[in-house]
Design a protein. Structure first.
Length: 592
């Protein structure tokens, strides 16, 4: 531990202390930034007003989130801007770790366990100096630890919590070989199990190790789902990464019963029931991150198949900008959120990110002076101070029944997971008419398609026109990998064809893609972003809805009024280097 001569220390900016080691190196010791300090630096920077900051602080204290998280997901400031301001205040440089693929030889300088313990990561070396990204760049103990371990001079940089957590995943870059080795060794020790030995086998170390290793690898690969599929001669483990299923490893038959038994035990499901589907939940911890598993088990021809949805409970809600909403679309959504009543509808096919968008809006609206209630199937994330109800058709708790019950619960804001039938639609519209703000989803191809879909359910046009504030249509596209992005030229024949079909010049544009690297496992993509179109229900469009005009006519009118179509938003994201033309083509032609 650092021995400090107190004569060498003096106060700096009321929350730091500068100390000198025996070699005369000056180190800034960072105390936690207080709300008063945050307010001072943010208001002085001009990013937020005193009123906006006070409201964000109140929300953070109310819903139990960090102040930085609330500032970000409410869209008051970007992550990069906030980090830069904090770094400047602390007197160190800010490093955006999202731009770095850290070489293995640099990562090897600091053991992963040490890096995770102190929440820091080395990212570059210049001669005898090691650049170290830290959430607390004045942590003297951490700096001294790395200095002694490496024998190098340490140059601390500031980086935020989320970026460091994401960068720490680069330690798992070579996990595939280790994963296959661990699985192989433990499969051999596990062997086949007799049915009467399932309980015992599920509690044995080899099966535990196999299951835990699968989950750890899935988390490291940013998988949203893990599939365990029993075939005639093998068991296939598949991960869904960035929306695409990938085969990961094949296990021998004979292991599946003990593995499924392990999952059932952890999620409190019936071990001896193999004839009917079962659903459960389970939580586990990886490197300090609490992960919630939503588990579905169904009987198959060769045995029980399992799908596990991974939900990182420590991740902060994404802001609307981080989801991909920009420009005119972003302004329209923000304006609709501010309205005290009416309906906000989000449309798109399954897996297009509709629920994530609704959760982001709910987190923006979640303040101490409103009551928010939801009816969902299933509940994806638990949110503090929001009443959430899970649909249960076995007990008669449908969307309609739950929504009707919530109306008696004195809510200000309500979210309905999906409008599926006339009854649910009519209750939701009644709620919007009586002073509530109602959020929900529909399965339609575009924003205007929500109108005829609701009319087909039997909703009266004049009621629809009176209640809907905005319809948001969205798709998810894969993001280019920042580590290997490069300019390229798509096939000329394709560009000429698109120019004719879309009546847009596709030839005189710049295009970008990831060429493939270790960071993205050669795919060229890393993560996903939304492309959107937003249809505000203006007075002219209200009149068109009442008259029962077609969705095509509504779209034409909305475009004349300045609506950004999903195609145009996709082209804007191509121009910004966010995604490829191939991804946008696939997204805009996707049907529900």
């Amino acid at each position: 531990m650092y021995k400090i001569n107190l004569i060498d220390g003096f106060l700096l900016k009321a929350n730091c202390v500068i100390l000198k080691d025996k070699a005369g190196l000056r180190l800034t010791v960072l105390m936690n930034l207080s709300p008063e300090i945050y307010k001072q630096i943010l208001v002085n920077s001009g990013y937020v007003t005193e009123e906006e900051f006070d409201a964000a602080l109140k929300s953070a204290q109310t819903i139990g989130r960090k102040l930085e998280d609330v500032l970000l997901f409410k869209g008051l400031i970007s992550s990069e801007a906030l980090s830069s301001i904090i770094a400047e205040y602390l007197g160190v440089s800010y490093v955006d770790l999202k731009q770095y693929t850290i070489p293995d030889e640099i990562l090897a300088l600091v053991p992963e366990k040490m890096a995770r313990t102190y929440h820091m990561i080395p990212f570059a070396r210049e001669g005898d100096q090691l650049k170290l990204a830290m959430e607390k760049p004045g942590d003297v103990e951490a700096v001294e630890f790395v200095k002694r371990h490496t024998g190098l001079l340490i140059v601390p940089f500031y980086s935020n919590h989320e970026d460091i957590k994401r960068a720490l995943g680069q330690y798992k870059r070579n996990i595939r070989a280790e994963f296959e080795k661990v699985i192989s060794e433990n499969i051999q020790m596990a062997g086949g199990q007799k049915e009467e030995d399932l309980m015992a086998a599920a509690e044995k170390l080899p099966i535990i190790k196999v299951f835990d290793t699968i989950l750890e690898y899935a988390f490291a690969e940013r998988a949203s789902d893990v599939h365990i599929e029993v075939q005639e001669k093998e068991v296939i483990i598949r991960f869904r990464i960035d929306g695409t299923l990938q085969d990961i490893i094949k296990l021998p038959r004979g292991i599946e019963e003990a593995l499924v038994a392990r999952i059932k035990i952890l999620s409190n499901l019936k071990l001896d029931e193999k004839r009917v589907p079962q659903d459960g939940r389970y939580k586990f911890d990886i490197g300090g991150d609490p992960i919630s598993l939503r588990i579905s088990i169904i009987p198959g021809f060769y045995g029980e198949n399992v799908v596990m949805r991974l939900l990182n409970e420590s991740s902060r809600p994404l802001s609307l900008e981080e989801l991909g909403l920009t420009g005119h679309n972003l302004d329209l959504v923000r304006d609709s959120i501010r309205k005290p009543n009416g309906m906000i509808l989000v449309t798109g096919p399954t897996g297009s990110g509709k629920t994530t968008t609704l959760y982001s809006i709910l987190n923006i609206l979640n303040t101490i002076d409103v009551k928010i209630a939801t009816i969902e199937d299933p509940i994806e994330y638990g949110v503090n101070r929001i009443t959430q109800i899970q649909v249960n058709t076995k007990t008669g708790l449908t969307f309609a029944a739950g929504l009707r019950a919530l109306l008696r619960h004195d809510p200000d804001i309500m979210m309905v997971g999906e409008i599926r039938d006339r009854e649910t639609a009519e209750i939701a519209i009644h709620a919007a008419l009586t002073g509530h703000l109602v959020l929900s989803t529909l399965h339609t191809n575009d924003a205007a398609g929500a109108i005829p879909r609701l009319l087909d359910m039997g909703v009266e046009g004049y009621l629809l026109a009176s209640t809907v504030n905005i319809v948001i249509a969205q798709r998810l596209v894969k993001k280019n990998c920042n580590a290997c992005i490069t300019e390229y030229r798509p096939d000329e024949v394709l560009l000429q064809k698109l120019t004719q079909e879309w009546s847009i010049d596709m030839l005189n544009r710049k295009y970008y893609k990831g060429k493939g690297c270790a960071e993205c496992h050669g795919s060229g993509y890393s993560g996903r972003i939304g492309i959107y179109e937003t249809l505000p229900i203006t007075e002219q469009i209200r009149g068109m809805i009442t008259k029962g005009v077609s969705s095509d006519q509504i779209i034409d009118t909305a475009i004349k009024q300045g609506m950004t179509t999903m195609l145009q938003d996709g082209l804007d994201k191509i121009a910004g280097g966010n995604t490829t033309i191939e991804e946008v083509i696939k997204a805009v032609t996707e049907k529900t």
